[in-house]
Every structure is written in C-alpha cells, then in structure tokens.
Ligand binder design. Structure first.
Ligand SMILES: Nc1ncnc2c1ncn2[C@@H]1O[C@H](COP(=O)(O)OP(=O)(O)OP(=O)(O)O)[C@@H](O)[C@H]1O
Ligand SMILES: [Mg+2]
Length: 465
C-alpha cells in the first residue's frame, strides 16, 4: 500500500451561507483538516447533497429561498443523512432549538468562535463514526439472522425455508415446533428479518427462565408500586416490540393465567401493565417456539386450547437432524470453516471415516450438538484434517458398533458419501450373513474367488461371521 493510500480521507463538510465572507472564513478555518465545499444557498446545497456524500453540513439559519430549517429537514430524508450544524445570529436561539427539534445535531452562534467550531465538529464526527459502526453492526446482524445462515438442502429443510419465506411477508402468528437444537430460534429470527417489520425490533423472551410473576411483568411491564420491589415503572417486552416481532421461546412453559393475557394481545392488540389501569395498544407480530407437543399439553389441560388455535395459524416443524443426513455434511463443513477461521487453524477437511461417524450418529442434541462437536474437533485436531479420533467418544462409539454389526445406512452407500473400503466391507458382511457363513456360497454371490474372499475376511476382520 502506498503512503497516499494509507492516509485517511478528510471528512467532507458542506458550508452553506449566503454571505460570501462567512463562507470563505469558515472554509479557511477548516481547510486543513476537512474537505470543504461551499454552497451559496439551500437549493445549491440540496443538489450537492443529493449527488455527493457529506459527513457534516454547516448551514446558516437565515438564507433567501430555502432557509436553514428547510434544508435540515430535507437533508434528514436523504438515505444517508449528514449531521447538520446550524449557524445562527445572536438572539435567535429559539430558532436553533427548533432546528435541533427537526434533526440538527448542534448549533453555533455568529460570529463563529473557532475553538468552539473545532469542538463541535470533532464531537459530531465522533458521533458519526459511532453511527457508521452501528450501521455496520446492524448489517452484520442482518447477515447473521437472514437466510444465509440457515444451512440446509434436505427436502424437509427446503420446505421449512419455503414456508418461512412465505409467511414472513404476512402478520400471521407463527408457531415453530421441534426438538432441542434444531434451529427454532434461528428460524424465528429469519421470520423477522425477512419481514416488512425488519426495521423494528425483534424481542426474544425465554419464557421458561422466569417465574409466573416475573414473566407477567417482563411481558407487559408494570407500574411503580405494582408489587413489592416495583420501585419504578417498567416497560414490558410487548411494548418494546411495538411495530416489530416478539419471540416467545418455550411457550409451552407459560402459566395459563399469562396465556389469557397473551391471547388478548393477539386478538385485541391491547393489554395493561401489571398494577396499571391504562389500556395500552401495540402492533406486534408473535413468533412462538416450543419443543413440547402443545396438542398434548392442551389435552392434559396445561395449555389453553383457544391460545393453541391462535398460535398455530402457521406451524413450522423443524426436522430432527438424524432425518436429514444431507444436511449433516453441509453443516459439518460449514462449522468447520467457521471454527477453523475462529481458531486460526488451517483445517480444511473431514476424513471420510470421521464424516461417516457424523452421518451414522443419531444427534439427540441436533444441530447444536453437531456444532459443538465440530468446534471441539477443530480445537483438538493436530493436522489439517478432522479425523475420527478428534470426535467425541459417543459419536465414535456408534460407528464402531455399526462397523461391527455391519449396518451402515444403505442410503449413504447409495449416495456415494462413504469411503469405498467401507462399502466393500459392508458388502462382504452382507454376503456372509445372507449365506449364513457358507463361504463357497458367499464367494459365488460376490463373484470373487474363494481365495479373495479369505483375504478379505482376514483384512476386514470378519472371521466370526
Ligand atoms: N440450519 C442451520 N444452519 C446453521 N446453523 C444452525 C442451523 N440450525 C441450528 N443451527 C445452530 O445450532 C444452534 C442451535 O440452534 P437454535 O438455538 O436455533 O435451536 P433451538 O431449536 O432454538 O434449540 P432449543 O430448543 O434448545 O432452544 C445454534 O448455534 C444455531 O445457530
Ligand atoms: Mg431455542
């Protein structure tokens, strides 16, 4: 990189004033540290703002044509609004206050004190930098919670993603069911981030973690003095999520008394804070998740049937990982890339034996368990590959047992994701079993000589069959 490349670009300042000597004065004062562009009126300034990017606008309040206030207001509507600082004559501070109300960042009085100018600009730039960082963070989050992160090409996952894409556009309540670790929370985020509500908040409440009273005030807020310990008014999560999405995780754990209130928010969009009499109204989209069978809970009288029916307008059922072996391969590779980068390790592959073990294992903890297993393996791996030895014993044990019994999943064989040697071994086991150990018969079926059969039996350790 050359030296000029390394130099940071100067912040861009647009100076708008109808008096030439003020424009020139400000330009001279700022030229050293800033890239200054002068404009003689509001209209010229707006044209510049629409075509170029400025960090800061220094605008005179009173100008013929479009005045400073109008300019600020229009500048706020730009896709990336600059920070506006008003310059105003003594005695018109009320106008400056009005300007702040319309979105100005700060104001300066005329004649402009240069030290103060420096200070105000420095502060404005700092705030602008933070704002930019926030935009970047937000984009990262969007990336993290959009579709790109949901890995899955198995038919069951493709169906889930199709449903999510469709319902995201609507206001419909979504119930996400599935075993632990199948990606319910990930899908809940995606519903929000793909919806027209993505500009507002996504508020997640983990219902199982809170006692009945706490949950109620968490969801609906409370007034000061509503109960012992309610020292201040508290805004509830439904209010926070206004315009956005609320995610009620583990909704099966909610007490029926709170279920009634949720039902009312869904139906009438109204509620009261705990200890409050004022009725508040919100526009919130509800996404709920559970790893319980809500239908069963309804039958057992633990979950209100009216709420259940409202919740299941759209039901998304997350398939367990053991039913989607295609995804195991994709997920494992993706987690490998992620953790190799995070741990600064040059691991790029999973050996066929290790992949085989991953395919064979039943994954009671689903994707979460796979993710943890790969993270652990990346940390343990010595070479540039993840081997069978790097996997947790429970995962290894399954394949070893399967190898002994010769029960490799036929669909894996058909897909060609198993090492050829493994498949060959399986064929010998099958043939020997089918012929009840009659070796002449087995050799005939396999189309090999008896000598070859013997060699293979020895090689694969199948003497007992
Ligand atoms: N399809 C997927 N693609 C990538 N990562 C996934 C996928 N599904 C789940 N994960 C990851 O697995 C972990 C568990 O997912 P998540 O928390 O969404 O599961 P959950 O169903 O809410 O589990 P629980 O019922 O235990 O709360 C997370 O780290 C998530 O990022
Ligand atoms: Mg969860």
């Amino acid at each position: 990189m050359s030296e000029t490349d390394a130099k940071p670009t100067k912040p861009a300042v647009l100076v708008v004033d109808d008096e030439r000597h003020t424009r020139e004065g400000l330009r001279r004062a700022l030229e050293g540290d800033y890239a200054v562009t002068p404009a003689e009126d509001g209209t010229t300034a707006m044209r510049l703002l629409e075509t170029e990017t400025f960090d800061i606008v220094l605008a005179d309040l009173r100008m013929p044509g479009m005045d400073g206030l109008q300019l600020i207001q229009r500048a706020q509507a730009l896709p990336r609004p600059p920070l506006c600082i008003m310059v105003t004559a003594y005695g018109t501070v009320e106008n400056a206050v009005e300007a702040m109300r319309r979105g100005a960042y700060d104001y300066l009085t005329k004649p402009v004190d240069l030290d103060r100018l420096e200070l105000v600009l420095a502060r404005a730039l700092k705030s602008r930098r933070l704002e930019n960082e926030n935009v970047a963070l937000r984009q990262q989050l969007d990336k993290r919670f959009g579709f790109e992160n949901i890995i899955g090409q198995s038919p069951a996952m493709v169906e889930v993603l199709d449903t999510v894409r469709q319902v995201a556009q609507t206001r419909a309540t979504v119930l996400i069911q599935g075993e632990s670790g199948t990606g319910k929370e990930l899908v809940a985020h995606a519903v929000h981030h793909l919806s027209p509500r993505c500009g507002s908040r996504f508020v997640a409440v983990h219902c199982a973690a809170l006692s009945l009273n706490l949950l109620e005030s968490e969801l609906f807020g409370h007034e000061k003095g509503a109960f012992t310990g309610a020292l201040e008014r508290r805004i509830g999560r439904f209010e926070e999520a206004d315009g956005g999405t609320i995610f009620l995780d583990e909704i099966g754990e909610i007490d029926p008394s709170v279920q009634v209130k949720i039902l009312r928010v869904l139906g009438e969009r109204q509620f009261e804070r705990v200890g409050g009499s004022k009725t508040l109204s919100v526009d919130v989209r509800l996404v709920a998740a559970t790893n319980k069978n809500l239908g069963e809970l309804v039958k057992a009288g633990k979950f209100r049937d009216d709420l259940f029916y409202r919740l299941q307008v759209v039901t998304v059922t997350m398939p367990p990982l053991r039913d989607r072996s295609d995804d195991v391969v994709l997920l494992a590779r993706s987690f490998l890339t992620e953790f190799a980068r995070e741990n600064n390790k040059a691991i790029t592959e999973i050996t066929p034996e290790a992949m085989n073990a991953l395919l064979f294992y039943k994954w009671p903890g689903n994707v979460r368990e796979l993710r943890t297993a790969i993270e652990r393996a990346v940390v343990l791996a010595r070479g540039d590959k993840i081997t069978l030895q790097d996997l947790p014993p429970a995962i290894r044990a399954g394949t070893e047992a399967a190898r002994e019994q010769g029960t490799l999943p036929p669909e894996q064989i058909a897909k060609g994701v198993l090492p050829l040697r493994e498949v060959e071994r399986q064929m010998f086991i099958n043939a020997l079993k089918a012929c009840e150990g009659n070796r002449t018969e087995a050799a005939k079926r396999l189309g090999v000589s008896r000598r070859t059969l013997h060699r293979k039996i020895h090689e694969f350790n199948l003497e007992d069959l």
